[in-house]
Design a binder for this molecule. Structure first.
Ligand code: ADP
Length: 478
């Protein structure tokens, strides 16, 4: 699947990253700019304060000096800062509200007059200076920082310094901050995009590798490149999942191959026998024998199909869905009665050693099938004059069913596989006894559904013992 560029995770993460970074840069830039501007204004305010102090000192400490003279001296002292100094008198007349008593300074302009309200406020401010930024300046002059100082009723001392150099410094710093912010943003976005790409890249690899995996070829695995991070875990989980899938697909393929094979053999036999008999005219007896043999083969096929149907029907059956209580002892007795004559005919002693009343939650038909498969196997794989013993009893919270025979036994290395579908220990010994290797798969499935555990003890030519432990339901057991 192709991902649209704007929908891609790399794009989205980069955009988020850039936006976040831009906000941080703007905040930091504003803080730096603001504090720089404030520190410059503080410097100017300090200079204004110094000029005012100097003026104050000169006026009060030199006898006979008048205010104009003191202002002149202060102005001379601070010539390099080029202040304008002015003393105004506020009158009640709103039209002509103030009178310039004294003024000085090269930068002085007659228009250096502020709003009346500011002078009135300074007049009321109880000898505290009032600092004002006079942005407009006057035509041809730069904005001014002005201090207004009440010297006596209705008389205000005004000292002003140009903000020209302050503003050009702050403008330069602002441009510098904006440019470096943009540069930083560009570099960080490129770097961020690179890092995000690098982090996402393994996911793209995983997707590409996953694309190559089909049910026909599940052998591919994704290379985790020894990663120990989240991507490594993802790859490992993915590989595990493919392994499980591979096993399942292999089992399904093996199973369908086995089914076709097992059904094909009796069909080939039937066809062969019919072809032979039809080659020429035969007597009634021969036709009868062929039909009998064909019938037996169909019984055999029917059994395979029945067993497979039972396995597939019980595939999704869960223990929790078993609600009905069944008596295991009753089931055992009915199966025993069915097999006892068959065993006797083979000269085998089929015996119930001990039997107790045992109830479990389960399905009668399935449990009957389990017990008859076990007894059937024991009868088939035990020679004449052998013994088969059955026991059913309670042990703790479990019901135990044991079937032991003195039969031919199962080789040790076959035991792990005997529950697999179509597994037979030796083709020859099973075939002559009529088995296809589904009986124990059914037994295992029924045990699983009922939460039972099977264990096997077997010795070649000595006999076999199957033990099945059922978890008991609480009521009905003695
Ligand atoms: P089958 O229908 O061929 O008997 P099962 O699934 O019932 O298939 O058994 C699988 C294999 O286990 C058989 O091929 C048989 O050799 C062996 N087996 C099962 N039960 C016994 C037993 N009681 N004694 C000896 N071998 C047994």
């Amino acid at each position: 699947m192709k991902i649209k560029k704007t929908k891609s995770l790399i794009f989205k993460l980069t955009v988020w990253y850039v936006v976040f970074l831009a906000i941080i840069i703007v905040i930091i830039g504003a803080v730096i700019f603001g504090s720089y501007r404030n520190s410059l204004l503080n410097d100017i305010d300090e200079s204004l304060g110094e000029i005012a102090d100097e003026l104050d000192d000169t006026y009060w400490s030199h006898r006979g000096i008048n205010l104009k003279e003191a202002i002149k001296r202060a102005e001379n002292e601070f010539k390099h800062k080029d202040p304008h100094i002015l003393i105004v008198k506020i009158s009640r007349d709103k039209e002509n509200f103030l009178e310039r008593v004294i003024h000085t300074g090269d930068s002085y302009d007659d228009n250096f007059i502020l709003d009346r309200k500011l002078y009135c406020r300074a007049d009321r401010s109880d000898l505290n200076p009032l600092y004002v930024v006079w942005e407009e300046g006057v035509s041809g002059s730069s904005p001014q920082r002005v201090i207004l100082f009440p010297i006596r009723d209705n008389y205000i001392l005004q000292i002003g310094l140009s903000l020209k150099s302050t503003y050009s410094k702050t403008r330069r710093v602002l441009i510098l901050i904006i440019l470096s912010g943009i540069l930083l943003l560009l570099l960080a976005s490129a770097g961020g995009n690179f890092v995000i790409r690098k982090a996402i890249h393994p996911v793209v690899n995983v997707a590409q590798a996953a694309n190559q995996i089909t049910t026909d070829d599940l052998s591919h695995r994704i290379d985790a490149q020894k990663r120990r991070d989240e991507i490594g875990v993802l790859v490992e989980t993915f590989n595990d999942m493919i392994s499980r899938l591979e096993r399942s697909v292999k089992e399904i393929k093996q199973f369908s191959g086995d089914v076709s094979h097992e059904l094909r053999t009796p069909l080939t036999n039937i066809r062969g026998e019919i072809e032979v008999i039809l080659r020429k005219d035969r007597d009634k007896h021969e036709y009868r024998n062929t039909l009998k043999s064909a019938l037996e083969e169909t019984y055999h096929m029917e059994k395979i199909i029945d067993d497979l149907l039972l396995l597939s029907r019980t595939e999704s059956l869960k223990r929790e869905s078993l609600r009905k209580e069944v008596q295991l002892d009753e089931i055992l007795l009915s199966v025993y009665e069915r097999y006892e004559p068959i065993a006797r005919k083979k000269n085998i002693n089929l015996d119930i050693k001990k039997i107790f009343s045992l109830a479990i939650k389960g399905q009668r038909v399935l449990l009957e099938r389990m017990m008859s498969n076990l007894i059937d196997n024991a009868v088939r794989y035990t020679k004449s004059r052998g013994r088969i013993e059955l026991s059913l009893y309670k042990e703790g919270e479990e019901g135990v069913f044991i079937i032991s025979d003195t039969g031919i036994g199962i080789p040790k290395d076959s035991i792990p596989f005997i529950f697999d579908r179509f597994y037979v220990v030796e083709k020859s010994r099973s075939k002559e006894k009529g088995g296809v290797g589904l009986g124990l798969s059914i037994i295992k499935r029924v045990a699983d559904i009922h939460g039972a555990v099977i264990s096997i003890r077997s010795e070649i030519n000595r006999g076999t013992e199957f033990e099945i432990r059922f978890p008991l339901s609480q009521r009905g057991n003695t």
